[in-house]
Design a protein around this ligand. Structure first.
Ligand code: AMP
Length: 116
């Protein structure tokens, strides 16, 4: 597993060094709009802890962090008002998964019927 890069863009957002329009913030996660939306609704949810990707998170995070993070994902979906019509969760992991930013993030995509 590659070591966590404290200079990745989401680490900078968490430290407030890069501005974002934060739409959610709790003990475990924050959420903000994706810079390059691929659907009418495209929001990223990231854990507050330093985890490179899903594998790293599931390996090292506490049960409280894991539960708290996925509860936050659900809460953000509720807040966005997309639970009734549905949404897609995407987690890209590593090189072959197409992960660009090495801090775990869940994409919430919604707002239209998404192509398969
Ligand atoms: P991934 O390919 O899963 O690593 O997705 C990274 C996502 O982060 C892409 O959809 C980018 O558009 C998005 N992104 C990169 N920089 C920012 C930023 N400063 N604010 C919001 N989203 C960003």
């Amino acid at each position: 597993m590659t070591a966590y890069d404290k200079n990745n863009v989401f680490a900078k957002i968490l430290r407030g060094e890069i501005p974002t329009n934060k739409i959610y913030d709790d003990d475990f996660a924050i959420a903000f709009p994706d810079l390059h939306p691929k659907a009418p609704v495209h929001v990223l949810v990231i854990p507050k802890g330093e985890y490179v990707n899903f594998t790293d998170f599931q390996t090292r995070a506490s049960d409280a962090e894991i539960t708290g993070f996925f509860k936050a994902v659900r809460a953000v979906a509720e807040q966005l008002g997309v639970t009734e019509d549905g949404y897609r969760l995407v987690v890209n992991v590593g090189k072959n998964g197409g992960q660009e930013v090495p801090h775990l993030h869940v994409h919430i995509l919604a707002g239209k019927k998404l192509p398969v």
